[in-house]
Design a protein around this ligand. Structure first.
Ligand SMILES: [Fe+2]
Ligand SMILES: [Fe+2]
Length: 188
């Protein structure tokens, strides 16, 4: 799938706010990819598509997941918005994208995944630091990422976990195993 086609399709389907966010993630992912010697065009395409199902309603996400044998675990059943990654990946596949690594980056961009590819890591971080993002701690995260990508990744996963803790929501086990994997990986 060409990036222009993805952009054109998303322009019709997303609200202007989400479209802007996806544009920001696409450009940030491409910039990070260049710095990390990864293909910026694949990173840009993944960035554009990562939230293609983000505006679906909880009922739509659950229905699509169930109809397409996407696993709906206990946490996702309570918070169907968590399904927008796996649902988005299948949606992108239905649109004609068959690049497994890009599909996997879309699938895991919300929760992370132990062993995730460099592309998936790039999209995960770009989603958190794209220029349109403004939340407490984003500036510190941007600095960490530009100083040391791996440290930035751990910092971001920790931020996500503490955000969920503060809101007294259930932490998805995948996010915890992702965090543990990052810590083990960088401590080696
Ligand atoms: Fe998302
Ligand atoms: Fe996003």
């Amino acid at each position: 799938m060409l990036v222009e086609l993805a952009e054109e399709r998303l322009a019709k389907k997303l609200t202007p706010q989400l479209f802007e966010h996806c544009a920001g993630v696409a450009e940030t992912a491409a910039r990070l990819a260049t710095q990390l010697n990864y293909d910026p065009d694949r990173a840009r395409l993944a960035g554009w598509l990562h939230d293609c199902a983000r505006e679906w309603s909880p009922a739509q996400l659950l229905r699509f997941a169930q109809a397409n044998s996407i696993e709906v675990d206990k946490v996702s059943r309570c918070q169907p918005i968590l399904l927008h990654g796996p649902v988005g990946a299948l949606l992108a596949q239905n649109w004609g994208l068959h690049d497994y690594e890009i599909l996997s980056a879309i699938r895991y961009h919300t929760l992370g995944y132990p062993g995730m590819s460099l592309l998936a890591q790039i999209v995960y971080i770009a989603d958190k630091i794209e220029p349109g993002r403004s939340y407490p701690g984003v500036e510190q995260l941007r600095k960490k990422v530009s100083h040391n990508f791996d440290e930035g990744l751990i910092h971001s996963a920790a931020q996500s976990i503490s955000y969920v803790l503060q809101k007294r929501q259930i932490i998805h086990p995948l996010t915890v195993t992702f965090y543990n994997w990052l810590v083990e990986k960088t401590g080696e």
